[in-house]
Design a protein around this ligand. Structure first.
Ligand SMILES: [Zn+2]
Length: 267
């Protein structure tokens, strides 16, 4: 390749000027191209713990963490605020500047209260398309439930200028910075990704433009429960539910190029 062709290819490949985040935001059949300003965007990393009580869940987090870190590095480079949200592990981060940053965000009064958990809203979303009433462990024999996590998986780097929180502080921080957009990634679609104070339901209800990165997430779903589909199909169904009732979804390929992330064994 001569130099001019190479330069042109590089420019086209890069596609985005510094600070711009181009996304293919999908809602069921419809995909819209949106461009967000890096400085007005937050990346929320939900519960990417070092360990889960479910061995299968732990394995899948470890499998997708490198790709997630790559996406986070790229989004940080474009000016997005990275907020790490490994719930119930704040003690591990208590003396870090990232924790301090979140703690010091001034509280914002909201019309819709920010709750520790926003449960399913039947009037808006009916019911989930999967039965997760057993906790969603897909292993045989099933894993024992309990608290197994102590921090975020170390593959996802916490850098200078990032924040760490597991509460409404994430929202306060976003307000303080004039952030209007949120890219949510992590686990699990049917639980924390939807319900946490930094999760999809609450951010949408607060008027934030939210997208879920649908290839960097997972579901607590046992394929022996309704609707008796594969674990990965279970995730697809919840993603569809989110697109129908809550917000668009995007993929890591929008940010990194290349192929979307797929778990080993997924179709
Ligand atoms: Zn399990």
């Amino acid at each position: 390749m001569n130099r001019i062709v190479f330069l042109a290819a590089t420019l086209l490949g890069a596609a985005q000027p510094d600070g711009a985040i181009g996304l293919n935001a999908r809602r069921l059949e419809e995909t819209k191209k949106v461009t967000w300003e890096g400085g007005k965007t937050a990346v929320l990393i939900c519960d990417m713990w070092d360990r889960h009580w479910c061995a299968g869940a732990t394995r899948r987090v470890a499998e997708m963490a490198p790709r997630m870190n790559d996406a986070v590095v790229e989004l940080r480079k474009r000016g997005a605020l990275v907020i790490h949200c490994p719930s119930d592990t704040m003690v591990f981060y208590k003396d870090t500047p990232q924790r301090k940053l979140a703690r010091e965000a001034a509280k914002v009064e909201t019309t819709v209260p920010l709750a520790r958990w926003q449960k399913l809203i039947p009037e808006r979303e009916g019911k989930l398309p999967i039965d997760d009433s057993d906790g969603g462990c897909d292993d045989d024999p099933p894993c024992k439930t309990g608290k197994a996590w102590s921090r975020q998986i170390d593959v996802i780097k916490v850098e200078e200028g990032d924040a760490v929180t597991d509460s409404a502080e994430a929202f306060y921080l976003m307000k303080q910075r004039g952030i209007e957009n949120a890219i949510v990634m992590g686990v699990h679609t049917n639980m924390c990704v939807l319900g946490r104070p930094f999760g999809i339901r609450q951010l949408v209800l607060q008027g934030i433009n939210v997208v879920l990165m649908r290839d960097l997430t997972d579901t607590m779903y046992n394929s022996r429960k309704a609707p008796n589909v594969s674990h990965f199909r279970g995730t697809d169904l919840v993603v569809e539910h989110i697109e129908r009732h809550w917000c668009p979804t995007v993929t890591s390929a929008d940010v990194l190029g290349g192929e979307v992330f797929r778990f080993k064994g997924a179709p």
